[in-house]
Each structure stands twice: as C-alpha cells, then as structure tokens.
Design a protein around this ligand. Sequence first.
Ligand SMILES: *[C@@H]1O[C@H](CO)[C@@H](O)[C@H](O)[C@H]1NC(C)=O
Ligand SMILES: *[C@@H]1O[C@H](CO)[C@@H](O)[C@H](O)[C@H]1NC(C)=O
Ligand SMILES: *[C@@H]1O[C@H](CO)[C@@H](O)[C@H](O)[C@H]1NC(C)=O
Ligand SMILES: *[C@@H]1O[C@H](CO)[C@@H](O)[C@H](O)[C@H]1NC(C)=O
Length: 360
Amino acid sequence: MPKKTLMCLSIALLTLVVWVYYNASLEHNTASLVPVNNNINTNYYIFNTILQPKNIICSESTLFIILVTSYIGHVELRSAHRQTISADDLQNFNITRVFLLGRIPQNEKYISQEAVMDESNTFDDILQGDFYENYRNLTHKHLMGLNWAATHCSKTPFILKVDDDTVFNIDTSYKYISQLPRTDNQLLIGYILNNTKPRRSKQNKWYVTYEEYSRQTYPPYLSGWYYIMHTSLAARICAEAKHQNYFWIDDILVTGIITESLKVKLKQLPENYWLEYYELLECCLKDMITKFIKCDYTVGPNGGRNNLINEFNKAYKLCDKWQNCTTRPADLNLKKVCILNRDRAIFSDGKAAEINGVKL
Ligand SMILES: *[C@@H]1O[C@H](CO)[C@@H](O)[C@H](O)[C@H]1NC(C)=O
Ligand SMILES: *[C@@H]1O[C@H](CO)[C@@H](O)[C@H](O)[C@H]1NC(C)=O
Ligand SMILES: *[C@@H]1O[C@H](CO)[C@@H](O)[C@H](O)[C@H]1NC(C)=O
Ligand SMILES: *[C@@H]1O[C@H](CO)[C@@H](O)[C@H](O)[C@H]1NC(C)=O
C-alpha cells in the first residue's frame, strides 16, 4: 500500500475515533445537565394517611374546600378557625374545610396522638399524613391536601389553600370566589412572587443547595398563605409532581416549578386584597372597631396572635349588621397612618432572597 493512502486512512480513522468520542462525551454532558424527568418519583408520602375526615360533603353545589396546613401542635389556631367559620357557617355557605397535619415529631411534648384522634372524632375535619411534622416535609403535606381534595371533592369547583396562621375574611373570600369562572380548569390565583432567588448562605434556615435547586432564580410562584385553585388543576399538579424531584419549599414546588412545567399562568389577586404586614391588619381592625371605618382587605398575617382571625371576621360582621361603617377617607391611607414596627411581611418569610430586586 502506498504511504500516502496509508496516511489518508490513518487520518480518516483518527477523525472517526475523535468524532465518536466527542459525540459520546457531549451526550454524556447534556445528559447530566438535563434533570432526569422520565422516572416516576415515588418519594412522596401523600397517599398514606392516618386520620381522614369521614362525612365531608363536597358535591358540585359546594363552592370550595378550604385546605388549612396546620402544625399538629397548633390546637388553638385550629380552634380559632372553627370559631370563626363554624360548622353551621360552612353549611350555610356550602363550603367545607380540612386541616392538614403530619405525625407528632420527636421534640413535641405538648400533644398526644390520642388528643388528635379525639379532635378528629369531634370535628371530623382532620387529614393526617404518615410523615413527621417538619418544615422540610411541608411539600408532602401540601400535595397530600391537594390530592385528597382532587380525589374526594372532584365535583367541587375550587380549593382555597391557607395556612393556620393566615387571617382571612370569609364573607369577602366567598364573594370573590363565587364570581370566578367555574369552567376555567387552569385557574390559579394568589399573591405572585416574581424574580426571587434561592438563599445560598448556609446559615439561613431556608438555605437551598445547588443539588436541591440549581437555577439562579425561582419561577414565579404564589405565596402559600392564601391562594385559590381550580380542583381539576390540583389533580394535574399531583400527577405532574411524580415527574419532579422532591423540593422541600412547598409553595415554590407546587405553585412555581410544577405550574411552570404545566404551562399554567398564575393570576394576581386584586390589589386591595392583601395586607402584607401584620401591623397593617391590626390597624385596619382597630379602625373598624373604634372609628367604624370598614377594612377593605381580605387577607393578612396574624403576627402570632391566634385569635386574630376571629376578631377580624367579627368586626366585619358588625359593620355589615349595623350598616354604619364608612369607607376609608383618602387622607387616612392605611399605609401612611400605620406604623410598621417589624419587617415581617406576609411573603417575606425568608424563603427567597429577593423580590423584584428588593433585598428582604
Ligand atoms: C347550597 O346547596 C344547596 C343544594 O345542595 C342549594 O339548594 C343552596 O341554594 C346552596 N346555597 C348557596 C348559598 O349556594
Ligand atoms: C419527613 O417524614 C419522613 C416520614 O415520616 C421522615 O422519615 C423524615 O425524617 C421527615 N423529615 C424530616 C426532615 O424530619
Ligand atoms: C408579578 O408579575 C405578574 C405578571 O407577570 C404581575 O401581575 C404581578 O403583579 C407581579 N407581582 C408582584 C408582587 O409584583
Ligand atoms: C354604629 O351602630 C352601633 C350599634 O347601633 C353603635 O354602637 C355605633 O355607635 C354606631 N357607630 C356610628 C359611627 O354611628
């Protein structure tokens, strides 16, 4: 064989080897960059429950089911919710309510499983999952609630998801939800958080590793304090969750990562719906009681005051009963007359480092 041909062949062979090797490593690289999404994540504790409500009525004439994420030890908070919206109220509104609990954690000394079973027997409104209470297990709790509602209340149009320390007015909530389109099975409305970034400092409670979440920013998501979702969307979210890795910040996974993957567009609640700071809510309530100025807001944080939800709803009811409350004068703007003592907003719970470029 002439030398020239041999050289040509060698070069061709070498090129082929390099090409094959390069492609193989490229494939390897992209494979490691793209999250493996085809395998089913069986890592969720959302199907096994210890306690379930037995006689909950949720038919097509039930407008919504209230899902309340509640720490098992928060007996007083659950009691405040039950006083605020009693069993009779639920029936009159044609709505229903379930509290979402986990197992008693090791460090909890003030409650026993017997007490929780008694509570469940008395009120029949507890769904207890088979996972230990821990903020890192909140995603199990959140998905367990959505899954239960989607399964047992599939004819009920909407889910209202709140936390046990959320203060909300039931009359205005009902009015708002009753005018929502029941046919929009993509409907998801709440307080949208845009451009938030993972906490990357190890000292932070909400510290997230790159393994847990690798992107620079979170997708837009809703504050888990209060949002409204179409029940059929809850079913799709639970189905999609199986294709996603577990991420322990529940509202980011459920209303952000999963909805992004389902291409669901988040909707914003009206502007005067939220009181972002506890102090604003306290002021709004005080003015309603002492000055008969009607509070025009529906949701806020309780600032650690267990009974605030009850007081807030009572004051609204008195305004309605006496019909003598006035609307707030423009010169008494709540955000101007009210003093904020603490930098504690309904959304600035430290889960995300930034909101719209503003450091929290
Ligand atoms: C509640 O549902 C019943 C039917 O189960 C219906 O007759 C009633 O009008 C409903 N009430 C409200 C306030 O929607
Ligand atoms: C979450 O719950 C599971 C199941 O009970 C438990 O094994 C795990 O330790 C819990 N996680 C945390 C961080 O407590
Ligand atoms: C986030 O963006 C949406 C639209 O993209 C907007 O409607 C909403 O007001 C924004 N939320 C906040 C808190 O700025
Ligand atoms: C509103 O009505 C209640 C009950 O009658 C009364 O106590 C209160 O003083 C009234 N407030 C105003 C501003 O008229």
